[in-house]
Design a protein around this ligand. Structure first.
Ligand SMILES: [Zn+2]
Length: 285
């Protein structure tokens, strides 16, 4: 029985999505709260240490897509993480038997855990399919912000939020640092691995590309970072490219899937069935 732990899983290929990410409204992705406050700003944005430019951590993008997909699919958010709860198959089962009997079949059918992964390792878990890279501010946007001299700090603006204390009616102003609207971060890169073998089914992986694209669409319709309910964090994807690198042609450039290029996420979404059919053909699934 012991060798049931060892699985043979084969990588058939990888699907690559690249895109520009534009801020439609100001974007606040918080840096470390223990960092040095600049100019008395309460909430600073995360910046690249080398360039001092704000950037979008892949973990923020991936975490937001995951959380939106969990709600979209109505999954139970049953595992505590540092700032709330996420869904994770098997999190509530303590015994090995329950994990095997209930957790494993749930996991097998779970788009979120298969695509986005589960925290830590469980005996039944297979490799996380999705990698989401950090996205940097483009040189063009950085230059535009510098030249405009319209920002309060390098590349960012300060927005004052006033909250009213419900009991005393006292105004309580807070200063939030945001990346202004109309700037471009690129290239965004999302990589989806297709596996086959023990506990992995390549056909289902390709079906699950729908979860990736849906996660991006949910993000466009929601917000990224903080203060979303007050208008911040609306983003739009543009100039999308999608391609596949099969195991056999791994040293070649990714072959385009569907039309290969899409001006908007909606256009890519409408073509998803073709993209999936092309991916099946390229990977021999
Ligand atoms: Zn799950």
């Amino acid at each position: 029985m012991a060798d049931e732990k060892f699985k043979t899983i084969k990588l058939l290929g990888r699907v690559f999505f690249t895109f520009d990410l534009e801020t439609v409204t100001g974007l606040h992705i918080g840096g470390s709260d223990t960092g040095i406050e600049i100019g008395g700003v309460d909430k600073t944005v995360i910046r690249d240490t080398l360039t001092n430019r704000p950037y979008i951590p892949g973990s923020s993008l991936k975490g937001k897509m995951r959380s939106l997909m969990e709600k979209y699919l109505g999954l139970k958010q049953n595992q505590p993480i540092h700032n709330g709860f996420i869904h994770s198959c098997g999190a509530e089962y303590k015994t090995k038997e329950d994990l095997e009997k209930k957790g494993k079949p749930e996991y097998k059918n779970c788009d979120v855990c298969q695509v986005f992964g589960i925290p830590g390792e469980r005996d039944f878990s297979t490799p996380t399919r999705l990698i989401v890279r950090d996205v940097q501010l483009t040189d063009a946007s950085a230059k535009e912000l510098e030249d405009s001299k319209r920002t309060d700090f390098p590349f960012t603006e300060v927005k004052t939020e006033v909250s009213i204390d419900r009991v005393t009616a006292a105004a309580n102003p807070r200063q939030m640092e945001r990346v202004p609207a109309g700037v471009v971060f690129a290239p965004g890169e999302i990589i989806f691995s297709v596996y086959h073998g023990d506990d992995c089914d390549a056909g289902r992986d390709i079906d699950r590309l729908k979860a990736v694209v849906s996660g991006l669409q949910l993000l466009e319709d929601d917000f990224l970072g903080g203060l979303g309910s007050r208008g911040s964090g609306k983003v739009r994807l543009a100039n999308l490219k999608v391609g596949v690198r099969s195991k056999e042609k791994y040293l070649e450039d990714p072959a385009p899937l569907g039309k290969g290029q899409y001006a908007t996420l909606a256009e890519l979404g409408h073509d998803l069935a073709t993209i999936q059919a092309d991916a099946r053909r390229a990977l021999g699934v």
